[in-house]
Design a protein around this ligand. Structure first.
Ligand code: IDP
Ligand code: MG
Length: 186
């Protein structure tokens, strides 16, 4: 079965939303096969987001939303993107988060749908980000911080494999059968 890596970011933990978030994944038929609560060091978060730091398309796109803002317009879009990347790493470092491996049929794309798009303000209102937050690019940029969107979810099967290796050892991922798996899948 396909696997995804999900993090409940510090805003989700501080706002006591963890139970409701986990329930949404379980209710959709997905199986949690690893879970831990931890306060990650910056190095671990840097590793998790390493592919974004090397992704010029992401850096330029994030930076372009800041370009022209007073006082920082002398930086390139890529440099502004790197500033946001650093803020993103700070946002998750040294604060409580929950990391999970979730398994199921085409789970990566289904979980992205349940989580919703990056900006809570424009995420589907039925999604987790759209129903549990109203943060926007405008507010995040005005306050010089990354979007607070409660959850991270892997965006592809190959990203999921890399991200799972960042957060979990092989033996921490459990093999068991959910009681309704036969009804769902066999
Ligand atoms: P995703 O979490 O929806 O996959 P990514 O593009 O992978 O979004 O970005 C990672 C995280 O970086 C987002 O979840 C959000 O917290 C933050 N972020 C993304 N784009 C921006 C932006 O334009 N401004 C501020 N923060 C951003
Ligand atoms: Mg992403």
């Amino acid at each position: 079965m396909e696997k995804s890596l999900v993090l409940i970011k510090p805003d989700g933990v501080y706002r006591a939303l963890t139970g409701r978030i986990i329930s949404r994944f379980e209710d959709a038929g997905f199986k949690i096969t690893a879970m831990k609560m931890l306060i990650p060091e910056r190095k671990l978060v840097e590793k998790h987001y390493d592919s974004l730091r090397r992704n010029d398309e992401w850096l330029n796109s994030v930076g372009s939303k800041l370009k022209g803002k007073d006082g920082i317009s002398n930086k390139t879009e890529r440099e502004l993107g790197l500033t946001v990347w650093n803020q993103l790493v700070d946002y998750l470092s040294g604060k409580p988060i929950i990391a999970m491996v979730i398994e199921g049929n085409e789970v990566v794309s289904s979980i992205r749908k349940i989580v919703g798009s990056t900006e809570p303000k424009s995420a589907e209102p039925s999604s987790l980000r759209g129903s549990l937050s109203n943060d926007s690019y405008g507010l995040a940029n005005a306050n010089n911080r990354p979007i607070r969107n409660i959850i991270h979810a892997s965006s592809s099967v190959s990203d999921a494999e890399e991200e799972i290796n960042v957060w979990f050892k092989k033996e921490e991922i459990l093999d068991y059968e959910r009681a309704d798996e036969r009804i769902q899948y066999y």
